[in-house]
Design a protein around this ligand. Sequence first.
Ligand code: GAP
Length: 514
Amino acid sequence: MANSDDNLLKKVIAHAKEYGFVFPSSEIYDGLAAAYDYGQNGVELKNNIKEYWWKFMTQLHENIVGIDAAIFMHPTTWKASGHVDAFNDPLIDNKDSKKRYRADVLIEDAIAKIEDKINKEVDKAAKRFGDSFDREMYLTTNPRVVEYQKKADEINQRMKDAIEKSDLASLRQLIIDLEIADPISGSRNWTEVRQFNLMFSTELGSVADEASKIYLRPETAQGIFVNFLNVQKTGRMKIPFGIAQIGKAFRNEIIARQFIFRMREFEQMEMQFFVKPGEEMKWYEFWKEKRIKWHKVLGLGDDNYRFHDHLNLAHYANAACDIQFNFPMGFKELEGIHSRTDFDLKNHEKYSGKKLQYFDTEDNKSYIPYVVETSIGLDRMFLAILSNSYTEEKLEDGSERTVLRIPAPLAPCKVAILPLVKKDGLPEKSEEIMKELRMDFKCYYEDKDTIGKRYRRMDAIGTPYCITVDHQTMSDNTVTLRHRDTMEQERLAISALTSKLQESVSMSSLLNKI
Ligand code: GAP
């Protein structure tokens, strides 16, 4: 990994603020916890990530269409989806530190510690045995590793049973039995475990009598489910087909921390893929493969991704996994891929009294389709790119630079046009070039400060190319093109710029690799 120091997250947060990517929300009032505003460069990066996802999902798959549903939905939606009853976090307080934790997260952290021990044993053995090392064999035969794994499985099973039965006393007992201490104070003085619903609610209507409780959607997916038949009929969609959506979601997260990783207002990019019952596992595997490929062609490093199967399935799923990314805080969930069965459509049918079935002309019968969902947090994707691309470099001449190696098609600004001096017609020539290029690319013009300082500012926001207009330009219509990552410069005719830039900064250059 390019960046692995402990301070990386702090540096990324400071950099994001200094260069107009992310600001704390309502900062002049000291901010609001777990809410953030995207600045002038942040919004461009965010829009480019959205475009990359949207084009891949809807443009490269003929059987996927998009929608944009309202955030407010009929309150029964959330009863049917199970969120009113089951979208809870089990919380526990430490009586000494007064800090609140998710009980399941405390237990998962304890399991992760055991898994770390297993990984250390495996790494040691791999070094010892070299090329002849058989990982699978070692995992199943080494007595110490087998013992660790047995312990981890037992804890997991106890946690799963307790969660499934909503047995909060057993969940607490597991924390006590494992002697889990408050990570901050080290105290083991715990309260009971309580359930806490994560949905925000508000009231609809101006007169109190008429007002009814409605929720801010905690996932965008339900807007897709309730529109399933509208889209299927008006789009004449045939199963298998998908509906994609990008939009805001809201969760009253208790432990909201780690910058934009866990927010109370965030954005999701979700796709529900409707399939024939019984074929869901085939499509689950299909989407796992497609989605990991979408990530890997960005070039953030294949080793920075891994799949993590869910052992404790959400109330709607029969199989589920995460794509985890190596964030500055370690491997964490970036995207979820879930086989949601017919849970949602079946319940919406039940609660609405409306048939939500598909007539399959091949089989000559109606059924409620099964659903495979891909769900990625836009803000987490933003953090993955920002933290991975943040690089501090020492240069040959002893100076330093901070550069964001953002994948070029996603960079907020694609090219800067910089007249070497602010006279002799160079600014006018630069503006001429800018007027042409800005039809295709997000450009930036700057004529203040030395050229070196201007290059550094562009490096800091991840601009892949700088065009320098000098006196030679005035006589032969050529410019220098400086590459962000290598800092190499080449001389190029102005007429060749558009096609040269297209090769590496266009969205299609990225989509073509998938
Ligand atoms: N429709 C399924 C669903 O919402 P999820 O695993 O709860 O599944 C999907 O959420 C993705 O949304 C996560 O993988 C994560 O990237 C993002 N996400 C969830 N909660 C978030 C939060 N509080 N802040 C930022 N992103 C979040």
